[in-house]
Design a protein around this ligand. Sequence first.
Ligand code: HEC
Length: 150
Amino acid sequence: MKKALFASLLAIVVSTPLTAATAFTDAKDAVTYRQAAFQLIRHNMADINEMIKGEVTYDAARVQKRADALVLVTTLPWEAFQVAGTEQGGGDAKADIWKNLDDFLQRGEKLAADATVLQAAAQSGDTSQVRRAFGNFARNCKACHDNYKQ
Ligand code: HEC
């Protein structure tokens, strides 16, 4: 009985590929991953925007939480543009990205660097500093999308 169970478990283990596809090995998963990362960027950014505009009550701790998240999530999409075959993986990425990969990745690094500045502004608690840092951060989005997003 035990032997039979062991044999059937072994069969399952052996028939499962050792390396299942992940976003970092599969072109289509890479597209899903980077789009999910961009959605996290969008939501965290939009919440700060609504507080700055007064559509939602300004809450310094909440701005801090969003800025902290942005520091991390703005580092995530770029790796998923460098997975083999992902140019053909679908999504809204323009082919120009892979013709100008250095420029594209530099823009990604700039976004992440500006998120760090926004985080520092949030830590200072100075709302005019937060506004300025947020404006600089937000400019990166359209600039890159105009060139590289369909
Ligand atoms: C360095 C270039 C670059 C920067 C900077 C950038 N994006 Fe994007 N973004 C892209 C590309 C390319 C796509 C298309 C990705 C795909 O479909 O594979 C995209 C897609 C998106 C999407 C759609 C995701 C989906 O579900 O399909 C959102 C939302 C988005 N970006 C928000 C932002 C916001 C907000 C910022 C600024 C805070 C930003 N992006 C900054 C390049 C950039």
